[in-house]
Design a protein around this ligand. Structure first.
Ligand code: NAD
Ligand code: DAU
Length: 330
C-alpha cells in the first residue's frame, strides 16, 4: 500500500509515519511537506520505505503527480496554531482551504481514497462543568481563523463525497500530546521553558479545559478509519482526557521537580475557547478502537523525558518561538 502523507514532517504526521512503518510492513510512505517553521526533517524517519518530498499542498501540478501514484492520501498538512492565526490568518486560508481543495481535486481525478485529519475545534467550545460533549451531529461553530479554515476544509470534503462520490472520511480529534510536538504548543512550551529555567506561562486564569489524547492513540484511530471507516462518514477521536490548563501546568511543574505554583499568568488568548470534550462512541462501537494511553500523568512524564533527551531536535526553534510570544504579549 502506497500512502501519501501530507504534513508528515509535523507533529502528528511524523508520528503517523513512524507508527505506520512500525505496524505495517506492507506500507510505503511518501511525505509531502512544505517544511514551514512547523516542519522538521529530523522528525521524518530515515527508512527505505519513507520518501520526503518538499512541496506545497496548494501546488496543483505537484499534488496531481503525487496523488496519482498512491493508493490513499492521509491529509495532515495544515497551519495548526491558533495564536498564529490570530496574528496573521493568510497562510491558514492558503494551506487549510486552497491546499485541501487541490488535494481533493487530485483525489477525485484519480479515484484515490482520501482521509482528512481535522480538529474538534470546528465545533466551537462547550461550557465548563457540564456533561455535554461534541458528537458528529454537533453544529459547526468555529471561533478562530484556524478553526474556521479547518471547518471550511471539512465541509469541502463532505461536498466532494456527495457531489463527486469521492471515497473520503473525516476525523475530528481533540488535543494531542507526545514526542515531536513544536515548542510553540502548550505542553512542549512549558517543558522547554522549565529546562531553560523560565517560568511556565498560563493564559488568563487557566480554567480552560482541553481533552488530551496521546498522539499514538490518535494515529491508531486514523488507521482504524482508513481500513474500516465508511466513506462519507465523520469520526470523532478522543480518549476522555479532560484537564484544565492550570492543572496541566501544575502537573508538569511537579513532575519536573518544581513547586506547583511556580508559573506566571500572561495575557489571555483573544476569543479563547473554554472547553473541548469528545464523545468517541461511534469510533469505539463501529470500528472497535480504544485508547492505549489511559494515564495522562504517565504520558506527560514520558513526554517530559523525551524533550529532556532530544534537546537538539527542539533547540533551534525555541528562541524564535519565544520572541514571537514576546511580541504577542504572551
Ligand atoms: P504541525 O503544525 O505540527 O504540522 C503541520 C505540518 O504541515 C508541518 O510539517 C508543516 O511544514 C506542514 N505544512 C504546512 N503548510 C503546508 C503546505 N502548504 N504544504 C505542505 N505542508 C505544509 O501540526 P499538527 O499538530 O501535527 O497537526 C496536524 C493536523 O492535525 C492538522 O491538520 C491539525 O489541524 C490536525 N489536528 C491537530 C491536533 C493537535 O492537537 N495538534 C488535534 C486535532 C487535529
Ligand atoms: O483541539 C485540537 C486543537 O488542539 C488542534 O486543532 C490545534 O492544532 C492544536 O494546536 C490544539 O489547539 P489549542 O489552541 O487547544 O492548543 P495550544 O497548545 O495552543 O493550547 C492549549 C491550551 O493552553 C489553550 O487553552 C491555550 C493554553 N496555553 C497555550 C500556550 C501556548 C497557555 O495557557 N499557555 C501557553 O503558553
Amino acid at each position: 500500500m502506497r500512502l501519501l502523507v501530507t504534513g508528515g514532517a509535523g507533529f502528528i504526521g511524523a508520528n503517523f509515519v513512524r507508527l505506520s512503518l512500525e505496524m505495517r510492513p506492507e506500507v510505503s510512505v511518501t511525505v509531502l511537506d512544505l517544511l514551514t517553521y512547523a516542519g522538521n526533517t529530523a522528525s521524518v524517519p530515515q527508512d527505505p520505505r519513507a520518501t520526503l518530498v518538499k512541496g506545497d499542498v496548494a501546488d496543483a501540478e505537484l499534488v496531481d503527480s503525487l496523488v496519482r501514484e498512491h493508493d490513499a492520501v492521509v491529509h495532515f498538512a495544515a497551519e495548526s496554531h491558533n495564536d498564529n492565526s490570530l496574528d496573521d490568518p493568510t497562510p491558514f486560508v492558503q494551506t487549510n482551504l486552497i491546499g485541501t481543495f487541490q488535494l481533493l481535486e487530485a483525489a477525485r481525478r484519480h479515484g484515490v481514497r482520501f482521509h482528512h485529519v481535522s480538529t474538534d475545534e470546528v465545533y466551537g467550545d462547550l461550557p465548563l462543568g457540564t456533561p455535554d460533549k461534541f458528537t458528529p451531529d454537533t453544529p459547526y461553530n468555529p471561533s478562530s481563523p484556524y478553526s474556521s479554515t479547518k471547518a471550511g476544509s471539512d465541509l469541502m470534503v463532505r461536498a466532494w463525497v456527495r457531489s463527486f462520490g469521492l471515497e473520503a472520511t473525516i476525523s475530528n480529534c481533540s488535543n494531542n500530546y507526545g514526542p515531536f510536538q513544536h515548542v510553540e504548543k502548550f505542553i512542549p512550551r512549558q517543558i522547554t521553558n522549565l529546562i531553560d529555567g523560565v517560568k511556565p506561562k498560563l493564559y488568563g486564569a487557566g480554567l480552560n479545559v482541553r481533552d488530551w489524547i496521546h498522539v499514538d492513540d490518535h494515529n491508531r484511530a486514523v488507521w482504524a478509519i482508513l481500513e474500516k471507516g465508511r466513506a462519507g462518514e465523520t469520526y470523532l477521536i478522543g480518549a476522555d482526557g479532560e484537564v484544565d490548563n492550570k492543572t496541566v501546568i501544575e502537573t508538569v511543574l511537579e513532575l519536573m521537580g518544581h513547586a506547583p505554583d511556580d508559573y506566571e499568568h500572561v495575557a489571555d488568548r483573544p476569543g479563547h475557547d473554554l472547553r473541548y470534550a469528545i464523545d468517541a462512541t461511534k469510533l469505539r462501537d463501529e470500528l472497535g478502537w480504544a485508547p492505549l494511553y489511559g494515564d495522562f500523568r504517565a504520558g506527560l512524564a514520558a513526554t517530559i523525558a523525551w524533550y529532556r533527551d532530544n534537546e537538539p531536535w527542539w533547540r533551534a526553534q525555541k528562541l524564535e518561538t519565544e520572541l514571537k510570544y514576546q511580541r504577542l504579549g504572551r
